[in-house]
Ligand binder design. Sequence first.
Ligand code: PXG
Length: 288
Amino acid sequence: MGLKVFISGKLLDQADATISVFDHGLLYGDGVFEGIRTYGGKVFLHDEHIERLYESAKAIRLVIPMTPAAVKKAVEETVAANGIKDGYIRLVVTRGSGELGLDIRKTSNPQVIVIASTISLYPSDTYTKGMNLVTASTIRNHPGALSARIKSLNYLNNILARIEGTDAGMVEALMLNHKGEVAECTGDNIFIVKKGVLKTPPADAGILEGITRNAVLRLARQGGYPVEEVAMTRHDIYTADECFLTGTAAEIVPVVTLDGRSIGDGKPGSMTGKLLAMFKELTVKGSF
Ligand code: PXG
C-alpha cells in the first residue's frame, strides 16, 4: 500500500513517486520546501506557508510552475487522498533536472512534490519536564552568504549543529549568528520571557522567520502581553525567567537548561503554558 504522493500534477503510489538523479534539488540542494501540519484534517496556517514558499522561491530565482492556489489545492488533495487527520506535510519544489553544472538556465521542469504523512514529536516528557539545550559551535549561515529566511533544500548548516546537540545527548541545539548573538535552534525558533516581557530575536538576526514564531507573536499581542523582537545573547537566556522553542513539528516546547545553566526555576514557565493553550485553540480553528 503505502502513501499517495503528489508529483507535478499527479498523485502516485509511493513506490512510483520518483524524480531524476539529474534534478538539481538532489545534485546541489537547489530548491525550497515547507513543513506544514494538519490538525483534524485541516491544513494549519496554509496561506502563511504558501506565501513563504513563494518568497523562498523568488529569492533563489526559482519559478514555481503552478499558481499558489493550485499548490494549495494539491496539498489539500494529497492530505485527503491519504486520509491524514493530525499529520505533517512536506511540500518541496526542486530546480528540476539539468546538466551537471550550476547553470540554472540548463535545468527544466521544477518538480512540485507533496508528501502527507505523520511526524514523530519530541519525547512526551520534553513537554512536561522541559528540554535541555547546548550551544553548537557551528554558527548559523552568514546572512550575506545565504539568507536563513530562505527555507532551502540545503540544511547542512543546521544538520552540522544538530549533530553537536545529538553528541551532547540533546534533541536540539542553540545556534548563534555571525555576530555571536542568539539566532535560533536547528529546526525551531527561540523565545524567552523576562520580567513579563516576551522576547525573540528579530527576523534579521539570521533566522528562519518561523510561521509558528509569527503565530505566537500575534497571539501574545492579541492577549495583551508585551512583546519585543530584539537581539539577545546567551546571557539573556541564562538569566531569563522562561524559555521555549517554536516550530511546526515542535509546536511550543519549554526549555529548562542551556549549557548547564538552569533557566528560571528550572521548570516549564507559566507564560509558556498560557501561550501553549492559546496556540492549541488556534490549531483547532486552523487559521487566525
Ligand atoms: N528555524 C529553522 C531553521 C527551521 O527549519 C523553524 C525555525 C520553525 O519554523 P516554522 O515555520 O516551522 O514555525 C524551522 C522549521 C523537520 C521539520 O522535518 C523542520 C522544521 C519544521 C517542520 C519539520 O525537521 N523546521
